[in-house]
Design a protein around this ligand. Structure first.
Ligand code: 5RP
Length: 225
């Protein structure tokens, strides 16, 4: 049997997420293709909202679509943040950073009352780690960081020709992830690491999974309502 169309699945999830936004909200605008479907659909609704972009690319798109914007520093709290992910496990832990924007994405998610993740069905996994962990690193510290990452059991690879919005490099690291929370902390304790793509402290509150034109909404018990 053929698998559902991936773009259709992303769009279905993104469109469902728009239902969570109403006039007057401060809304985190994620990065990546699924988040961009959300932003486009949101703009069509012409709501009176303020968007907080998570990357320069998202900022450009939202601006072109006429969404009013503010920076994460300006917002004390966000009503909702809608973002994509590379992997989601059954505990609502996430792997992000495929687009290299996870540092700002995490800062925005941490300030959100509700963090909604929109994904296509391929992103739902039993355990994180098929996808590499994106680690944003100061260029000048890369040799030392690579050694530490290997010491922690990772297989690091510099993302070729990629510079983040913050002017740093990304090292993608393959890990056998047994303790996402522990690994998130360990990676961030390495000198020269800015942020990594494991979202285990700030998990998703709601995951919207698209599969063809169907969507499944999964809410985390104890997640922020
Ligand atoms: C960017 C991200 C993206 O949200 C993630 O890579 C998913 O992207 P897409 O929706 O294009 O599959 O974390 O840093």
């Amino acid at each position: 049997m053929s698998r559902p169309d991936v773009e259709k699945s992303k769009k279905a999830a993104a469109e469902k997420a728009v239902e969570y936004v109403v006039d007057g909200m401060i809304v985190g605008l994620g990065s990546g293709s699924t988040a961009e479907y959300f932003i486009s659909k949101l703009a069509e609704k012409k709501l009176n909202i303020v968007g907080i972009p998570t990357s320069k690319r998202t900022e450009g798109l939202a601006r072109r679509l006429g969404i009013r914007l503010a920076s994460v520093e300006e917002a004390r709290e966000l009503d909702v943040d809608v973002d994509g992910a590379d992997e989601v496990d059954p505990e609502f832990n996430l792997l992000k950073g495929g687009g290299g924007a996870h540092t700002m994405e995490k800062r925005v998610a941490e300030k959100a009352k509700k963090f909604i993740v929109v994904v296509d069905y391929r992103k739902m996994v039993e355990r994180l780690g098929f996808f590499p962990v994106a680690v944003e690193v100061e260029e000048s510290r890369k040799e030392a960081v690579i050694k530490k990452l290997a010491y922690l059991g990772g297989i690091p690879q510099i993302r070729d020709g990629f510079i983040t919005d913050g002017g740093n490099i990304i090292i993608d690291v393959r890990f056998n992830i047994v303790d996402p929370r522990g690994l998130e902390d360990k990676l961030n304790s390495i000198q020269g690491v800015i942020e990594n793509g494991i979202f285990s402290k700030r998990k998703a509150d709601v995951v919207i999974v698209g599969e063809g034109d169907k969507v499944k909404v999964i809410k985390r018990e104890n997640g922020r309502k």
